[in-house]
Design a protein around this ligand. Structure first.
Ligand code: TYM
Length: 332
């Protein structure tokens, strides 16, 4: 059976980008079609300046939102990365296979390290090695498919390279994974800056729709979305990125196609109204279920405990095999 692994980082509130780019597919397709594991990758949240209480809160919220969005613990495994030691154990071995040049070429490292330095902060070593930990997340589970948004492609490529290199040097140990991206909304852009990704860790408030936004907040944000000069509605990512982003969001929310949808609109105003209502409808059940789940914290704890147990069972034999293959003495 195909094995699927993916994750979300608790560095901010989950966004419409996370949902349309990744989480929705996990709920609608992946959990039904494969042995799927979904992880709140809290170790990754420590790679930039962080507040411990906030990371804890956001980790709990992210896990709750994954269930609210429709992940069903009877169909898939939902867990928290730091509850399963195998991630950190394997990450170190992969650091011994990866090179520092590979790490420095990662686009997200370049962008985030520049941002950290511009804020006057220092760059944590873990930000540089972030993609290795991510490779460990993926490879520990013998993952075939990694359903992610566009921005994670380079990281999944690295996981592939490390799997191939490890296998060649030390004997076949890892499955070589591949990234799976959605057809539309693989990169949802900020409503305020359609050239920048709608990202939960980036601080551009009104450009980001959060999964827990109230309907009126969604309507306001969409109404204020930056559009392009020119009045006709056409789908052109290069020349009309603002309108293209709105069309992609609408297409993703209504199972439509951006080009066809464009032909149905004569004004930006009408398009924005429909986008807002489509987003409100997509988010409504998620918000409602989130409220119910928050009333029963014991349920979440049980799900995460069982999830971590299953994840450990899957990961441990492969990580143990990697330890032996690379030349480490078994503990006996
Ligand atoms: P993260 O937490 O930034 O995002 C979670 C998922 O949401 C997708 N995504 C988007 N898709 C479309 N448009 C957007 N604006 C948008 N923003 C985010 C991301 O592509 C991702 O699929 N490094 C990862 C977490 C991670 C992981 C892993 C993922 C750690 N280990 C192993 C897969 C497998 C990250 O920061 O995702």
């Amino acid at each position: 059976m195909t094995r699927i692994f993916s994750g979300v980082k608790p560095t901010g509130h989950l966004t419409l980008g996370n949902y349309l780019g990744a989480v929705r597919r996990w709920t609608e397709v992946d959990q039904h079609a494969a042995d799927a594991l979904f992880c709140v990758v809290d170790l990754h949240a420590l790679t930039v300046d962080h507040d411990p209480a906030r990371v804890r809160r956001l980790s709990r919220q992210a896990a709750t939102l994954l269930l609210a969005a429709g992940l069903d613990p009877a169909l898939c495994t939902v867990f928290v990365q730091s509850h399963v030691d195998e991630h950190a154990r394997l990450s170190y071995l992969l650091e011994c296979v990866a090179t520092d040049g590979e790490m420095r070429r990662m686009i997200q490292y370049k962008e985030k390290s520049v941002r950290e330095r511009a804020r006057g902060g220092s760059v944590r070593l873990s930000l540089l090695t972030y993609p290795v930990l991510m490779a460990a997340d993926i490879l520990a589970y013998g993952t075939d498919d990694v359903p992610v948004g566009d921005d994670q492609t380079q990281h999944v490529e690295l996981a592939r390279d490390l799997a191939v290199r490890f296998n060649q040097r030390y004997g076949h140990t890892f499955v070589v994974p591949r990234a799976v991206r959605p057809q539309v909304a693989a990169r949802v852009m900020s409503l305020q800056d359609p050239l920048a990704k709608m990202g939960k860790s980036e601080d551009v408030g009104p450009g980001i729709v959060y999964l827990l936004d109230e309907p009126d907040a969604v309507r306001k944000k969409v109404a204020r979305a930056v559009t392009d000069s020119g009045r006709d509605v056409v789908y052109d990512r290069e020349e009309r990125p603002g309108v293209a982003n709105l069309l992609e969001i609408l297409a993703a929310c209504t199972d439509g196609e951006p080009e066809k949808l464009a032909a149905a609109y004569e004004s930006y105003g009408a398009l924005k109204r429909d986008v807002a209502e489509a987003v409100v409808e997509v988010l409504r059940p998620v918000r409602e279920r989130h409220r119910e789940l928050c009333a029963d914290p014991g349920y979440l704890e049980g799900v995460l405990r069982a999830g971590a147990e299953r994840a450990r069972e899957v990961a441990r034999p492969r990580v143990d095999a990697a330890y032996r293959a690379i030349g480490l003495l078994p503990a006996g």
